[in-house]
Design a protein around this ligand. Structure first.
Ligand code: UDP
Length: 234
């Protein structure tokens, strides 16, 4: 198989990292992700990662807390995931840097765009933690923003579900499964690919999104090679 892209941004949701545990970090999942990333880096593909935090905490989950505070907590959750991913990547021999949008120098480099790009050029994987660093945003928006900033050719949206559906396939058996969509369709049909801020950012900057299931081994490689898995939005 031949890689279709030179530089990709892999977005891993917190939920996908929890696997069947539904909370926290499933260490088998961590290893699965590391092996999949290893495969594509060995082909010379540059991989940047944005990780979510929903396996620990989401700002919008709180009913009583000040929203900004709850969101900052969510961003901190993503840093835990970023550190766990770094650990598992390095255990597989993949040199990895974590860059955090909220400064915490003891555990991560601060986010510096040009440094991130230099790491990627030197074959290191860069994991972006702490989202955008701003409350009221999501890690999907972070993925769109960082993809645009570092000139990634595609966002690989690795999720728990295997594609984009018209409705939740676990609840509605008649939900339609999409193989390809345009950004406009995602926004008009209000499909739950990513939130609307993230989807608009992708549309405005012409960033393709490839949605697939993280748990299916070999999917990252297949997506990088442009195989028809999941849903492609462009
Ligand atoms: N978050 C935020 N700003 C950002 C990114 C994330 O405030 O730029 C917070 C927000 O509270 C969000 C949480 O971090 O709910 C975890 O991120 P997200 O829900 O995107 O994680 P995922 O659903 O991908 O696991």
């Amino acid at each position: 198989m031949e890689a279709k892209y030179k530089r990709v941004l892999l977005k891993i949701s917190g939920e996908a990292l929890a696997g069947d545990d539904h909370f926290g970090i499933n260490e088998d999942m961590l290893k699965k992700v590391a092996l999949q990333v290893k495969e594509v880096t060995q082909m010379g593909v540059q991989v940047a990662v944005v990780v979510g935090g929903g396996n620990f905490w989401r700002g919008r989950t709180s009913k009583s807390m000040d929203r900004a505070t709850a969101d900052y907590m969510g961003m901190l959750a993503t840093v835990m995931n970023a550190m766990a991913l770094q650990d598992s990547f390095e255990a597989e021999g993949i040199p990895t840097r974590v860059q955090s949008a909220i400064e915490m120098r003891e555990v991560a480099e601060p986010y510096v765009r040009r440094k991130a790009m230099s790491h990627l050029d030197h074959g290191k994987v860069v994991i972006f933690g702490a989202g955008t660093g701003n409350p009221f945003f999501s890690t999907d928006t972070t993925a769109a923003l960082r993809a645009a900033e570092i000139d990634a050719e595609v966002i690989l949206l690795a999720k728990k579900v295997d594609a984009v559906y018209s409705d939740d396939p676990e609840i509605n058996p008649d939900a339609v499964r999409y193989e390809s969509l345009t950004h406009r369709e995602v926004l008009e049909k209000d499909l739950k690919v990513m939130d609307s801020t993230a989807a608009s950012l992708c549309r405005d900057n012409n960033i393709a999104i490839h949605v697939f299931a993280l748990a299916d081994e070999g999917n990252v490689m297949k997506a990088v090679c442009g195989e028809k898995i999941g849903t492609i939005v462009r």
